[in-house]
Design a protein. Structure first.
Length: 156
């Protein structure tokens, strides 16, 4: 009898639960992009003389840093939907930027802060909920007024 050592470790996609959902990662990248474009964030990952290869400690040449920045800007443009992009490419760019955020923040290459929650989306959600509660309250007031007319001014 042979036993597959990986058989027990296989987990179906429904059973996996990551710390951040795909949508939460997208919200963080969106917040990062908005803050970066507003000038409130600085990425030092392309600063000559500052960035070194972690395995060797050797400073990364300027040409490589410029290439890295070009790659970032290309992925940023894709994530923002510039040009004719497929959803698959946009999703891949968002995931790549999220990974860079983890790397930059852990290595001290990201100066400034950005929201890790999409406040605008949450505010819109709260506004929608408030509007429906307001409509419900107005309906309840109407019902109470109708009942008071039916029962008369002095209910038993």
């Amino acid at each position: 009898m042979t036993v597959d050592p990986q058989a027990e470790s296989k987990v179906s996609p429904e059973e996996t639960k990551s710390i951040f959902s795909k949508e939460e990662r997208r919200e963080m990248v969106s917040s990062f992009c908005k803050t970066y474009l507003s000038g409130k964030l600085k990425i030092n990952s392309w600063t000559p003389g500052l960035v070194a290869n972690m395995a060797t400690g050797v400073k990364i040449p300027r040409e490589e840093l410029v290439q890295g920045k070009k790659e970032f800007l290309t992925e940023l443009a894709i994530a923002c939907g510039i040009g004719t992009q497929t959803q698959e490419k946009i999703d891949a760019a968002v995931e790549k930027i999220f990974i860079w955020l983890l790397i930059w923040r852990s290595n001290g290459f990201l100066e400034g802060e950005f929201s890790t929650i999409d406040r605008e989306a949450r505010l819109k959600s709260l506004e929608v909920r408030f509007d429906s509660l307001e409509k419900l309250m107005l309906q309840l007031i109407e019902e109470v007024q109708m009942l008071s007319h039916v029962r008369g001014p002095n209910p038993p």
